[in-house]
Design a protein around this ligand. Structure first.
Ligand code: ADP
Length: 416
């Protein structure tokens, strides 16, 4: 099956075209709604297309993408009628969705309603869905939610100790995010460690620009560090993670306005804030680790807090069998993995320093053979999960009448 995977942001769309497990091409549409937009796409056959053009909205951007996908210069797709389904990353499924879902009118309305819980993410995700519905009518679409993998969390993990009416009235509770990534690397780790289908206690740490950690018992998420929003939990590139909830009130008393809180806690904190504005990029901070005290502090706080979460999640799981590192930092930064794991020997975590140094950017076991806990680096692949989910929910629908083809796109363009 040919599946188009879309991750629609407010001014960008990341995309992949896959044929079952095979990646045909991938790329990025940038600067939608700005004066000069761009489409960058590279096919697995080595062809690349890099075009600048005006992209006033998501519908026009998708239209250009489809034209590029069937262009002979790319050679990725013969006809648009070969696209069997579209899979969308949708950030927030709230309490409504514990699984991926085939998109229909009700689902569209639910995603719109859930925008109050994820105002920065769900509206652009929805724009991608609506653009596909307009340009590719009849092509089935599937929504894969970032929150869904965490739907198995029990109330003891997802309830905040706040007045109960806040949950009843506003659905204020912990939801968790990055679920598609945690699900993928957990699945790979279970296979690699021999725990697939068996009782297991696995912790997955997704460390990218956003960072989260999940405790998974017997294949089910039982706790995760992001909460009502993706701000809670670990130190991130520019997000604070856990802080004292009274800080906004204190800052307000000092004359800082609520409209500035988002900027402070989401954009100026985390590694960037700790390093005194030096960088939110772990590569830069690691390069300066020995020479710049603020860079060192930022990395140390990052690893210290991560270590504490591993300890507390081991307690929640009642032990630990497997620990996984993924995301840009988790996959690449052996120093972060080493600093985090040192001191966890009491849990059975023993890093083999040579395996750790050589174990970046690919699936690798980085623990010693004597260590009781298997520690893995596993590159994440959220798009693969979205494609698999899309296939699962659409392949048994019977033969679709392929009314959408190259001519449909020309007709749509002429009508608008
Ligand atoms: P996103 O969360 O936006 O998907 P990524 O998962 O790609 O981001 O992670 C981005 C982060 O990964 C960067 O901020 C950078 O700090 C880190 N990173 C990437 N490569 C390396 C590296 N070689 N060493 C250390 N950190 C790295």
């Amino acid at each position: 099956m040919h599946i188009l995977v879309l991750n629609s942001g407010s001014s960008s769309i990341k995309f992949q075209l896959r044929d079952d497990a095979v990646l045909l091409c991938k790329g990025l549409i940038e600067r939608i709604g700005e004066p000069r937009g761009a489409i960058r796409i590279s096919a697995s056959n080595g062809n690349k297309i890099d075009k600048e053009m005006q992209l006033p909205d998501h519908t026009v951007a998708l239209q250009h993408l489809l034209e590029v996908l069937v262009s002979p210069d790319l050679g990725a797709l013969h006809s648009l009628s070969d696209i069997d389904a579209v899979g969308h990353r949708v950030v927030h499924g709230g309490e409504d969705y514990s699984d991926s879902v085939l998109v229909d009118e009700d689902v569209i309305q639910s995603i719109e309603r859930l925008s109050s819980l994820a105002p920065l993410h769900n509206p652009p995700n929805l724009k991608g869905i609506l653009a596909c519905r307009e340009i590719m009518p009849g092509v089935p679409q599937v929504a894969v939610f970032d929150t869904a993998f965490h739907a198995t969390m029990p109330p003891v993990a997802y309830m905040y100790p706040l007045p109960r009416e806040l949950y009843l009235k506003y659905k204020i509770r912990r939801y968790g995010f990055h679920g598609t990534s945690h699900r993928y690397v957990h699945g790979r780790a279970a296979i690699l460690s021999g725990f697939a289908g068996k009782p297991s206690k696995i912790i997955t740490a997704h460390l990218g620009n956003g960072c989260s950690i999940t405790a998974i018992k017997d294949g089910k998420a039982i706790d995760t560090s992001m909460g009502f929003t993706p701000l809670e939990g670990l130190v991130m590139g520019t997000r604070s993670g856990d802080i004292d909830a009274s800080l906004p009130c204190f800052l307000h008393d000092q004359g800082i306005q609520p409209k500035d809180f988002r900027n402070i806690f989401q954009k100026k904190s985390g590694l960037l804030g700790l390093s005194g504005g030096l960088s939110n990029d772990m590569r830069v901070l690691l390069e300066k680790y020995d020479t710049h005290p603020d860079a060192r502090l930022a990395v140390d706080v990052f690893c210290y807090r991560l270590k504490k979460y591993i300890g507390s999640y081991s307690a929640a799981l009642g032990g630990l069998d497997v620990l996984v590192f993924t995301g840009g930092i988790g996959e690449n930064a052996d120093a972060v993995r080493a600093l985090t794991c040192v001191g966890l020997e009491f849990l059975g975590v023993q890093i083999d320093s040579q395996r750790n140094q050589e174990g970046s950017r690919r699936e690798a076991l980085i623990s010693t053979d004597a260590g009781r806990v298997k520690v893995f680096v596993i590159p994440t692949d959220e798009e693969r999960v979205i494609a698999q989910e899309t296939q699962r929910l659409t392949e048994n629908r019977g033969a679709r009448k392929k009314s959408f083809n190259n001519q449909s796109l020309i007709n749509h363009r002429e009508r608008h």
